[in-house]
Design a protein around this ligand. Structure first.
Ligand SMILES: [Zn+2]
Length: 321
């Protein structure tokens, strides 16, 4: 596997385990970048305001808390119930008078969804149907894999049993949080996973984007998730929302220009990869070349290893073989 060399030993060990799991080398590098950015799995109650009704807890992953006059929505849980409890306390501190707490998840991976048991009784859990199906198919496998990565993960995920959501939706659900604040929960198709959920907060024009729109981050498709072409189609739908603020799950928040930047990045990698494929260049060679090119253009990024994504372009059933 492609072992990152700029991480300290325990992380390298975690990454080696990751590489032996479902992720493969690319995710290991991606995880290394997250570690390099000091995003910690033990979340705190410290919140930063993103827009009028949206706050962030920065960590692994970033959590969004959306506050209306009657209800609060949390997007993502943190890894395990202890983090879920921290997030729920931060949410109740922001809006002590709100009687209703909604919880949704950007996708089914453990750091996004498996802190749910730490939320108080009465929390209304909602997610899109495709994501729930992925959870039922792969959730336990992911949980076991994450438990095997480190002693800390094992402890954080001890005894986790996942429950069925209170509400599932097909393509869209709207939550009225009171005081004119609404959350549109959207499923636009597969990208990082099949069930990626996007949350648009109005009147803020804020998008909680999961892995689908990130900042200075190479795209990564997990397992049998989306494809490069389905990801681009999702981004076209997001572009039509004209958002002003973007809060990604594993990188810095930014303005609406992140949506076009993500589209440009994926298009560019895809165009280059397809050109090399037509020339008969093997996928791994193309991956190395394109990654080196990206490194030159983006020296400040945590990693520019696009080899996994290049392979996804080569294998994309939407492209002529
Ligand atoms: Zn993920």
């Amino acid at each position: 596997m492609n072992q990152p060399h700029d991480v300290h030993a325990p992380v390298a060990k975690q990454l080696a385990l990751l590489g032996m799991g479902l992720y493969g080398a690319f995710a290991a590098v991606s995880a290394a970048a997250q570690v390099a950015h000091m995003r910690q799995p033990i979340l705190t109650e410290t919140t930063t305001k993103i827009s009028d009704h949206v706050w962030e807890i920065e960590g692994f992953p970033n959590i969004a808390i959306v506050v209306g006059s009657r209800a609060t929505l949390v997007v993502d849980t943190g890894l395990g119930p202890k983090n879920g409890d921290t997030v729920a306390r931060a949410a109740s501190r922001l809006a002590p008078g709100n009687s209703k707490l909604f919880l949704t998840t950007t996708h089914f991976h453990p750091e996004h969804a498996d802190g749910e048991p730490g939320f108080p009784a009465g929390t209304i859990l909602i997610r899109d149907t495709v994501q729930q199906q992925e959870m039922e198919t792969h959730g336990q496998q992911m949980l076991d894999m994450f438990r095997g990565m480190s002693a800390q993960n094992k402890e954080l995920l001890a005894g986790v049993v996942l429950r069925t959501p209170d509400i599932t939706f097909g393509q869209e659900a709207t939550l009225d949080l009171g005081g004119g604040v609404t959350a549109r929960l959207l499923w636009f198709g597969g990208a990082h996973t099949k069930g990626d959920e996007l949350t648009l907060i109005e009147p803020d024009h804020t998008l909680i984007s999961g892995d689908v729109v990130q900042n200075k981050t190479i795209p990564f498709i997990y397992g049998d998730g989306g494809t490069p072409t389905s990801w681009l189609a999702v981004l076209d739908k997001i572009a039509a929302l004209n958002v002003a603020h973007v809060l990604p799950d594993h990188s810095e928040p930014g303005d609406g220009s992140l949506v076009a930047a993500e589209h440009d990045l994926i298009s560019e990698i895809r165009t280059q990869a397809l050109a090399l494929k037509r020339q008969g260049v093997p996928a791994d060679v193309a991956g190395t070349r394109i990654s080196a090119e990206l490194k030159k253009r983006h020296p400040d990024w945590g990693t520019t290893d696009a080899s996994g994504f290049v392979k996804n372009v080569y294998d994309d059933p939407a492209d002529p073989q």
